[in-house]
Design a protein around this ligand. Sequence first.
Ligand SMILES: Cc1cc2nc3c(=O)[nH]c(=O)nc-3n(C[C@H](O)[C@H](O)[C@H](O)COP(=O)(O)OP(=O)(O)OC[C@H]3O[C@@H](n4cnc5c(N)ncnc54)[C@H](O)[C@@H]3O)c2cc1C
Length: 364
Amino acid sequence: MNIAIIGAGLAGLSCALTLEKHGHSADVFEKHSDICFQYKLAELMTPILHRPIDDAVKFFSEKYDIHLKPTTNVQKIFVHSQSESAFVEGNLGFINMRGDHAEAYEKQLAEQLVNTKIHCNQNINYNEISKEYTHVVVATGDVMDTQQIQPIEISLASTFAGAIVQGDFIPNEVHTWFDNRFAPKGMIYFLPHSKNQGTLVLVYPQYEEEMVKDKKTLWKETLVQASQTLNQNLIIEEEFSLTDYIVGKSKYPRIGNTFFVGNCMGAITPFLGFGQSSSMLSGIYAAQDICGLGDYEELSAPLYKDYEDSLTLRRAIERLNNEQLDLVAKSLHVQTIENLITKPNMSILKVLSHILNPFIRNTK
Ligand SMILES: Cc1cc2nc3c(=O)[nH]c(=O)nc-3n(C[C@H](O)[C@H](O)[C@H](O)COP(=O)(O)OP(=O)(O)OC[C@H]3O[C@@H](n4cnc5c(N)ncnc54)[C@H](O)[C@@H]3O)c2cc1C
């Protein structure tokens, strides 16, 4: 058996690590000169979106012997709408770095590999490599690469504007804004990575009606809004902009001995476009199948289910106007709702569906 993994991202490296732990090694190919996500920024892994994983660091460490050192842990998530602010409190996950950063998760994963070689500067073509290897894992982080091999279902394309900003922050407090004035059908979020540095991101879907709005203007307004909420002038250290980030899923997780993992499979939650932990899981599951320890189709079925549930939630939230978003934020003040969201093993999708139900009915 000789195995190729195309892409040294979270899914590809988790796959390589799991193969190694079971006595196999793969050739990992990475198109960039270094192992790093395209953008230097902070990302969030929160149990709110990834039940039943309550503590991702503990989960990957204890269950799969994969060790992650996040930058900070999250104790409070604020939800701001046009006229309301609420927060939920508890062990709400972890913030980690990606991209060209010494503590980036992809670097941490690569460092745990013992025998596996990562071949950098290799922009790999699936058709060519599949002739040379018995097993190919497609982990390029782009579901459009999957489309060249099998049907995919595209749910949305997203546009991002973001920056690493400097200021005076509380490292365990995340802020989110759901406000159609600045983030039409999307969101803004702020993830602190230290007392004086954080990542601010604006993300919204590229629907025709949203694209008439000027991204630069929305981003400027985002900065003003975030500065106001955080009560300080944010200083931009490094900006990034990204369009056409496709959220979609493959029809099949596996065809013959080709495995689709991470974004190439649809291991992402369309609600917020978060997919770090499911990408890692998909890579682990593909490796388990290759090692004869499980069936990738069965193992990945819950990831497809999460995708569908999360897409339903996204479509519901997209229909809400600012007044309705205010009411949703207000409902987070209700203790029972906050308890439900932060309770271990509670599905946020169920809770949010419950909160959103009246609005969904009203907007139909
Ligand atoms: C701006 C932004 C913010 C995000 N924030 C969050 C967040 O806060 N929380 C969260 O959970 N998720 C977040 N996500 C999503 C998360 O980053 C992805 O779910 C995750 O990175 C997908 O992992 P992957 O392994 O599929 O792809 P990636 O991590 O993107 O890795 C793919 C790798 O394949 C390489 N590659 C591509 N093509 C080739 C080729 N032909 N040959 C060789 N190598 C190739 C790439 O260079 C890359 O290294 C965010 C995404 C973006 C864009």
